[in-house]
Design a protein around this ligand. Structure first.
Ligand code: UDX
Length: 434
C-alpha cells in the first residue's frame, strides 16, 4: 500500500520505518528540513535501538522516502497517518495546534478515497473534530480511523513490530478494514472499537500504568518504615495473574513524553465533564514526591549539602533513550545545586540533550570514573544496564565517602558486600551499611 506519515517524531518515524519493513511504500513528511536531510542520509534524529539499520535497508529497497513537501508525499497516498505531537498545553489539556495545522495542510492534497489515520495521542472527540476541519477545507467527506500508538521509547522498533494489540477506532467499517489489512503482516491482535472508545483506550492505558507505578512507589515508601522489602513484595504481588508483574518496579517515579502529559490530559478531560477523577490527582502527587526522594535522603544523611560533590549516574528519563523530557534527573539536579552541592553527571547517550535542559548548572563527565572521582555521594538516577555491571568495589574507593543513593534499585547486596565499606540507600528496601 502507499502510505504517507506526517511527523517524524518517535511515533511517526518508528511507524513509517516499520510499515516499510513489512512491505508498504512509505513517504515520511516533516516540516523540519534538517531532520529530513539527515534522514535521507540514514541518520535518525532520535537514539532508538535498531531504527537506523531498518532505515538504511528500507531506503535501499526503495520502500521508504522522506520529504518536506506535502504535495510530493501525499501524491497517490491511499492512507495518510498523522503522527504530529500533542504536547501539554498551559492548562494541562493536550495542545492540538500541530494537529489542526496538519489537518488544514493535508486538505489541499487529500483524495476522496484516502483514509486518514490519527496516531497522535488525542483527547476523546478529536478525530471527529479534525474530520470537520478537513471536510470544511476540502469540500468532500473523508474517512477517519483512530489508531493510538503504544510503543515505548528505547524499544520502539520491537513494540511496533510486535505490538500487544492494535486498536482501530472508526465509525466507517470499510476504512477500519483497510487499516486492518495494512497491519496484517504484523500478525498482531486487532481490536475494533468506535472512534471515541479508541481515543479513550490510549489515555486509560497510560493513566493505569502511571497509577500502577505510583501505587508500588507508595508501597515502597511504606516498606521503608515498616521494615519490608518492596522487591519481595512486588514479586509476590505481581505473580497474581490478575495484577501482573510489569510496571511494579519502585523508584524515583515516572517521566518521559507520555505518562506525565497523558495523565494530566485525562484529568483535564474529566474536569471538562465535571467528573472528579481524584485518583489521578494522587497519581501525580505521589510521582512528584517520588522524584524528590533521593535529595531528601541525601539531606537526611548529610544535613547540609553545601559544597558536597554528588556524582549522578544517568540523566535520561529511562535507559536506552536520550530523551530528557520530564526526566527525574532535572528536578534532582536543580534541587541539589540550589542547596549548594556540585553535581557531576554521566549518561551514555543523553548528555547533549541534558545540556539543552540543564545548561551549566551541572558538570558533565565523559565516564563513570570521571564523575565519581572525589565524590561525597553517588546517585543512580537511570538504570542503564552498564551501570549495574560496574565494578563498584573499585569505584567506591575513588570517592571521598562510599555513599550510594540508588533511585532505581539496581544494585544487589552481593555487589555491595564486595565493596567492603559502603552505605547504601535505595527505594523501599532496607538500608545497607557495611
Ligand atoms: C509509555 C508507555 O509505556 C507506552 O505504551 C506509550 O506509548 C508511551 O508512554 P515510555 O514513556 O516510552 O512509554 O516508557 P515506559 O517504559 O512506559 O516508562 C515510563 C516511565 O515509567 C519511565 O520513567 C520509567 O522509568 C517509569 N517506570 C516504568 C517505573 O518507574 N517503574 C516501572 O515499573 C515501569
Amino acid at each position: 500500500m502507499k502510505i504517507a506519515v506526517l511527523g517524524t517524531g518517535y511515533v511517526g518515524l518508528s511507524t513509517g520505518v516499520c510499515l516499510s519493513e513489512i512491505g508498504h511504500h512509505v513517504y515520511c513528511i516533516d516540516i523540519n528540513e534538517q531532520k529530513i536531510n539527515n534522514l535521507r542520509n540514514g541518520i535518525s534524529p532520535i537514539y532508538e535501538p535498531g531504527l537506523e539499520s531498518l532505515l538504511a535497508s528500507n531506503m535501499t529497497a526503495q520502500r521508504l522516502q522522506f520529504t518536506t513537501s506535502l504535495e510530493e508525499g501525499l501524491n497517490d497516498a491511499e492512507i495518510i497517518i498523522i503522527a504530529v505531537g500533542t504536547p501539554q498545553g498551559d492548562d494541562g489539556a493536550a495542545d492540538l495546534s500541530y494537529l489542526e495545522q496538519a489537518a488544514k495542510d493535508i486538505s489541499k492534497y487529500v483524495a476522496a478515497s484516502s483514509i486518514i489515520v490519527i496516531k497522535s495521542t488525542v483527547p476523546v472527540g478529536t478525530n471527529e473534530y479534525i474530520q470537520t476541519i478537513i471536510e470544511a477545507e476540502c469540500g468532500f467527506p473523508v474517512q477517519m480511523v483512530s489508531n493510538p500508538e503504544f510503543l515505548r521509547q528505547g524499544s520502539a522498533v520491537q513494540d511496533t513490530m510486535k505490538p500487544d494489540r492494535i486498536i482501530l477506532g472508526s465509525n466507517d467499517k470499510t476504512a477500519a478494514e483497510k487499516i486492518r489489512e495494512m497491519y496484517l503482516p504484523l500478525n498482531a491482535p486487532i481490536i475494533l472499537a468506535d472512534i471515541r472508545s479508541a481515543e479513550m483506550i490510549k489515555y486509560a492505558s497510560n493513566a493505569f500504568l502511571a497509577t500502577k507505578i505510583s501505587y508500588i512507589n507508595e508501597i515502597a515508601n511504606l516498606c521503608e518504615v515498616v521494615g519490608a522489602n518492596v522487591e519481595d513484595v512486588a514479586n509476590g504481588v505481581g505473580k497474581d495473574k490478575r495484577i501482573g508483574e510489569a510496571f511494579l518496579q519502585a523508584g524515583i517515579g515516572y517521566g518521559g513524553s507520555c505518562f506525565p502529559k497523558d495523565v494530566k490530559a485525562l484529568l483535564h478531560t474529566a474536569s471538562l465533564y465535571q467528573v472528579d477523577f481524584s485518583m489521578l490527582k494522587e497519581t501525580i502527587a505521589i510521582n512528584d514526591n517520588q522524584q524528590k526522594l533521593l535529595v531528601k535522603k541525601a539531606v537526611k544523611r548529610f544535613g547540609d549539602l553545601q559544597g558536597k560533590k554528588i556524582a549522578m549516574l544517568g540523566l535520561s528519563f529511562k535507559p536506552e533513550t536520550d530523551d530528557m523530557r520530564e526526566a527525574p534527573s532535572i528536578k534532582i539536579a536543580h534541587s541539589l545545586t540550589q542547596m549548594g552541592a556540585e553535581v557531576v553527571a554521566y549518561d551514555p547517550v543523553a548528555i547533549n540533550n541534558a545540556k539543552q535542559v540543564l545548561g551549566d548548572i551541572i558538570t558533565y563527565a565523559s565516564s563513570v570514573y570521571d564523575a565519581i572521582s572525589q565524590a561525597d555521594a553517588l546517585m543512580i538516577v537511570t538504570e542503564w544496564k552498564e551501570f549495574t555491571q560496574l565494578d563498584f568495589a573499585s569505584l567506591v574507593k575513588k570517592m571521598n565517602h562510599p555513599i550510594i543513593f540508588d533511585g532505581r534499585n539496581c544494585l544487589e547486596e552481593e555487589q555491595l558486600k564486595a565493596c567492603g565499606n559502603v552505605e547504601y540507600y535505595s527505594i523501599g528496601r532496607p538500608v545497607i551499611i557495611i
